[in-house]
Design a protein. Structure first.
Length: 158
């Protein structure tokens, strides 16, 4: 008999389950799982953003490097063109000086010839000297413009 009385007490202990503890553990586990899932999602997004930022920085760096190279090439080409233009200007100045000297010498010769009375009839007028000087200067200017256009012509590839 004593065994029979002990058995129902044991059954009562077994059948008495702590439901509040089970529910609490289940909710805690669920909250932890949601938290870990959210943390994984945020982590993956951060890694993706980091990769996109790195790619954007790399592309920008490549473009900047390419732009720097193009700028250096353009600067070299412009420096070369400036040098060519300076040489053309100096050439034109030399030609103008030569024309001025020639004009001065012709004027002196014409003046002397007129004073002596030689070649007085063939002496060119001042307007003719001016016309010749302007024509020569115009021709030189056109030659320089042609040279510049040939150097800057985008259809010609070097």
């Amino acid at each position: 008999m004593s065994d029979a009385k002990e058995e129902p007490a044991e059954q009562k202990k077994r059948s008495n389950v702590d439901w509040s503890g089970i529910v609490t553990n289940a909710i805690s586990t669920l909250v932890a799982a949601v938290f870990i899932g959210a943390a994984v999602i945020v982590w993956n997004a951060a890694i993706g953003q980091k990769q996109e930022i790195q790619n954007a920085v790399k592309e920008a760096s490549d473009k900047l490097l390419h732009t720097d190279i193009q700028q250096e090439e353009a600067q070299k080409a412009l420096t070369d063109e400036v040098g060519a233009l300076r040489a053309a200007i100096e050439s034109q100045r030399a030609e103008i000086a030569k024309l001025a000297t020639l004009l001065t010498n012709r004027m002196d010769t014409s003046h002397l010839a007129g004073a002596v009375g030689v070649l007085n009839a063939a002496k060119p007028s001042w307007d003719e000297y001016v016309y010749r000087g302007r024509t020569n200067a115009k021709n030189l200017n056109e030659q320089i413009q042609q040279q510049v256009q040939q150097r800057w012509d985008p259809r010609q590839k070097k």
